[in-house]
Design a protein around this ligand. Sequence first.
Ligand code: ZN
Length: 253
Amino acid sequence: MTKIVRTTDGTTTRYVVQDEDGWHALEGDLFGDWSVGAAVAAPETVLAPVVPSKIVCVGLNYKDHAAEQGKPLPAEPLIFLKPSTAIVNPGEPIVIPDRVGRVDYESELAVVIGRRATRVAHSDALSYVLGLTCMNDVTARDLQKQDGRYTRAKGFDSFAPLGPCIAVGLSPDDLEVCGLVNGQMRQQSRTRELIFPVAALIAYISRIMTLLPGDIVSTGTPAGIGPLQAGDEVVVRVEGVGELHNPVTRSPS
Ligand code: ZN
């Protein structure tokens, strides 16, 4: 298992690689040819692993979550965009805005696209995946219902915690996806429960919009969503990837 972490020393941002024998520099282009270089110290600062041109999210992609939302199973993937400006790094706060009502966590497996994908075949779709990470698709649930569309409810700054790494060489087909709040398990499912698995999502989305290197496809959340309060700590855990931790605060009024 190889994990790639984006880090900074305050001046330079770079990628480092963790494998069986520790941490190494990443030599070359993450989205082209790269190799494992000299040994380095473990990164002190962990950044969101990519700066995507877009985040493509999938709604109602677990049967149990569709049921808890009282919605029928979708015949096609239900997709929406989340702005890349919503991303926050591991450990940075999710900020609950004023006067938006309930704000929920949504624990998700996220896919990092490795190369430009336009109208790709289902059979070839996984070859466009660089690796896997965790995303919290934070959602202002009352606004989502009130607006009847997702842009505002899903688009606030800090509503897309992402990371902590890109796990390379891991099959997305049957991984445990968990959500924990203050150490208590709230969501626990497996990606084999996805209505539309990763290959189907990439084939479908790439027929609509070109996916660029570094873009994120977030695959949807299992049952067990619930509200966050200031002072909470929320964790998204994906088997083989790791844990994405973020505290929760409230914006000053
Ligand atoms: Zn979601």
